[in-house]
Design a protein around this ligand. Structure first.
Ligand SMILES: Cc1cc2nc3c(=O)[nH]c(=O)nc-3n(C[C@H](O)[C@H](O)[C@H](O)COP(=O)(O)OP(=O)(O)OC[C@H]3O[C@@H](n4cnc5c(N)ncnc54)[C@H](O)[C@@H]3O)c2cc1C
Length: 620
């Protein structure tokens, strides 16, 4: 008898593959995907949602602090113009103006709508939706449910979406898009449990796949954040934009090592927590940027008055935007003034009564108690920057959310433009519900405009499947877990919170080497229940995301928001521009092009650069 050999898996007939057909397929069941699904159902379209994990287990569920909307429930001076101004200033004026305008104007209605659909928010004494302070927001603006806002958002949206007729395909990973000519015709995916491939035929596809924080070692992101939307869109020929703007949240846990990177919500600072170095100094007073000086308290006494509710006092410097606070912490640690485990101290225990902490920040209390054996009502926390959010993403039209590929839409964290160079806390959850809805509407307009349904191209299906099965079928190759660790180290060491040319050039060389490893990656076993295979499949998208960030960062010779360079300090006017990433040329290389940001209409410009008093009294 000859030697037994496992027969390679070769698909020869497309009818072997289960096909589901919908008008619209949405990839991702976080806040953005579910809100898009609800809108698509409302428009009478057959709607399918594909998600990598179980319904309800998207990243959105982890959101803690709240969603920003200028409802003026806690401070009546708030309005959409001030929210717009805060967002533009936070984004260092690189935001897509139209998106920031729609977001600020529409967020309050989207929050009220959630309430109608069953969301139970925390309340003010007079029974309105309560709103809390957050970094960069002029007034208390974050509608919240304790520190479990994302959970309530997801619970509400998924219940409501199911009742509107959305069909959900859980634990199913999208692999790549299918196209009929230039336009989208669906996608190929696989069910994670059985390893079986599946075709989704659709007239329009909406990506709501979130970011790519898993390209770094220290991150607040979960295993799902592997940049799949970026990778699939890029491979299909769509533009990405401003990928270099990666947000390092100032406060992640730093100790013990097993929990390094897990988020400590900005709500701790919003509710009175302060940052201290190992000398006990409130060091943020030394890091107030000149642009924010007029609106920031410059003495401890004034900051304390603000925390005690004095409306004439200016905001404490701990509530400056995330980019500023993260860099300040980085500088304190580098300057030898850090905490024992390489962070700084976040103290709420000495400032807020224990029962209030437990009521307002229950998850934080339990998180530290269980994971770090620390009682935050008695002791300060140790915190440091953690990779948290992608401001850049798939380039979309600000009104329809359509990408540069006809029929492909994107919303939520996987799309770019709205947040410019830096996102304000709380502006993501409101982004999901505003732009998720617009993507659903955009998909409807597009589907209605089609004269004929797109067709599935069999050879595209086979080549996607071949790419996936070759990981199992090659006799030997690189270990996907080690390749992922390698990639994370390269990004952590060379494209982190402070960047410089030499290191980023080194990263690009290393990424080329890793590209080679990814092309030879091998998972043992079959496609059923195969975690190593899933990991191997994620690598291409992680790599595309990492390369796009690095190339964009190298090209942008300035420091702005989430992108800080040691060799090019400060913002430069000539860089009030987008970095557009695409695959070009016959060799399919990644190209970054600088495109001037469109000029805003005069009215919006006036608001963005206005004096705050003029907006408060309605002069503008
Ligand atoms: C710990 C933490 C706290 C936060 N707190 C706040 C806050 O208080 N306020 C705020 O505004 N923002 C907050 N954020 C940010 C905010 O939660 C996220 O930006 C937002 O939830 C992203 O939503 P999304 O719908 O775009 O993506 P997600 O909620 O992550 O959903 C992505 C979906 O895509 C699916 N998916 C991905 N790839 C594939 C694929 N290939 N095939 C199929 N499915 C796929 C996933 O399974 C998932 O269903 C926080 C983030 C973290 C990590």
């Amino acid at each position: 008898m000859g030697e037994y050999k496992i027969r390679p898996y070769i698909m020869t007939d497309i009818s072997e593959i289960t096909t589901f057909e919908h008008d619209v397929i949405i990839v991702g069941a976080g806040g953005a995907g579910l809100r898009a699904a609800i809108e698509s159902c409302h428009q009478g379209l057959s709607t399918g949602v594909v998600c990598k994990s179980l319904l309800g287990k998207a990243h959105t569920v982890m959101a803690e602090g709240g969603m920003a909307a200028a409802m003026g429930n806690v401070d009546a001076r708030d309005n959409w113009k001030i929210h717009f101004r805060d967002t533009m200033r936070g984004g260092k004026f690189l935001n897509n103006w139209r998106m920031a305008e729609r977001h600020a104007k529409e967020a309050p209605d989207r929050v009220r709508e959630l309430e109608e659909w069953g969301a139970v928010f925390d309340r003010t004494l007079s029974g309105l939706i309560s709103q809390r302070n957050f970094g960069g927001h002029r007034y208390p603006r974050l509608a919240h449910v304790g520190d479990r806002t994302g959970l309530e958002l997801i619970r509400t949206l998924q219940d409501y979406a199911i009742h509107q007729g959305m069909k959900c395909y859980m634990e199913c990973t999208a692999l790549d898009l299918l196209k009929d000519g230039e336009r989208v015709s669906g996608l190929v995916g696989y069910f994670r449990e059985t390893g079986r491939f599946v075709i989704f035929k659709a007239k329009a596809v909406v990506f709501a796949t979130g970011g790519a924080g898993k390209a770094w070692q220290v991150t607040s992101n979960s295993w799902e954040y592997t940049g799949d939307g970026y990778g699939m869109a890029y491979e299909a020929g769509a533009d990405l934009m401003d990928m270099e703007f990666t947000q390092f949240h100032p406060t992640g846990m730093v100790w013990p090592p097993s929990v390094r990177g897990i988020l400590v919500t900005e709500g701790v600072r919003g509710d009175g927590g302060i940052l201290l170095n190992n000398k006990g100094e409130r060091f943020m007073f030394g890091y107030i940027p000149p642009k924010f000086a007029a609106e920031t308290a410059d003495t401890v006494e004034e900051a304390n008055r603000w925390l005690a509710g004095d409306k004439s006092a200016r905001r404490p410097p701990e509530l400056l935007t995330r980019d500023v606070v993260a860099r300040a912490i980085n500088a304190e640690v580098k300057g030898g003034r850090g905490s024992p485990h390489g962070g700084v101290f976040l103290d709420i225990a000495s400032r807020v009564p224990a029962d209030v902490i437990k009521k307002k920040l229950p998850s934080m209390y339990h998180q530290f108690k269980e994971l770090a054996e620390l009682d935050i009502t008695k002791e300060p926390m140790e915190v440091g920057p953690t990779c948290h959010y992608f401001m850049g993403g798939i380039r979309v039209d600000p009104d329809s959310q359509m990408s540069t590929i006809p029929g492909l839409f994107a919303c939520g964290e996987c799309s770019g433009g709205m947040h410019g160079a830096n996102r304000l806390g709380g502006n993501s959850l409101s982004d999901l519900i505003v732009f998720g809805r617009l993507a659903g509407l955009g998909a409807k307009e597009y589907v209605r405009s089609l004269k004929n349904s797109p067709r599935i191209n069999e050879s595209q299906v086979f080549s996607i499947i071949k790419r996936a099965t070759s990981i199992l079928n090659r006799e030997k190759g690189t270990n996907p877990y080690l390749v992922h660790e390698d990639l994370q180290k390269v990004m952590q060491d060379n494209v982190g919170i402070m960047r410089q040319e030499e290191e980023m050039k080194k990263a690009l060389i290393e990424l080329e080497r890793i590209k080679e490893s990814v092309s030879q990656v091998k998972a043992e076993g079959t496609s059923q229940y195969n975690a190593a295979w899933h990991k191997a499949l994620d690598l291409r998208n992680l790599l595309i995301s990492a390369e796009a960030v690095t190339r964009g960062a190298l090209m942008r010779q300035e420091s702005r928001g989430g992108h800080a360079r040691l060799d090019y300090e400060g913002e430069r006017d000539e860089w009030l521009a987008y970095n557009v990433v695409s695959r070009k040329g016959s060799d399919g290389k990644m190209v970054v092009e600088k495109i001037k940001r469109p000029e805003p209409p005069e009215e919006l410009k006036k608001i963005a650069y206005a004096k705050i008093e003029d907006l408060e009294i309605g002069k503008i």
